[in-house]
Design a protein around this ligand. Structure first.
Ligand code: FES
Length: 85
């Protein structure tokens, strides 16, 4: 198996990431978020990256992310930290 794709459950996403690391395959997560503009203007759909890597926007840089890229141990979506609302 080369890759696994997951959506919905955070627990399933973490499991996919852990199995991918253990068995050397890539994991990808399809993230859903309510979107205000859909073009990167409102900053209302950020996803937190691992290791203090900042944020990416689901609407313009996703919605598919590597499970190794996205922070899975805390809240994935922290709009109050980077949003303009
Ligand atoms: S929906 Fe507005 S920045 Fe993503």
């Amino acid at each position: 198996m080369d890759a696994a794709y997951v959506c919905g459950s955070r627990r399933l996403t973490r499991a996919t990431d852990e199995l991918g690391a253990e068995h050397a395959f890539s994991g990808y997560v399809f993230l859903e978020e309510k979107m205000g503009c859909g073009i990167g203007f409102c900053k209302g759909c950020p996803v937190r990256l691992r290791n203090g890597g900042g944020y990416k926007l689901v609407c313009t840089e996703g919605p598919i992310f590597s499970t190794r890229e996205v922070e899975l141990s805390g809240p994935i979506f922290p709009p109050q930290e980077v949003g303009i609302w």
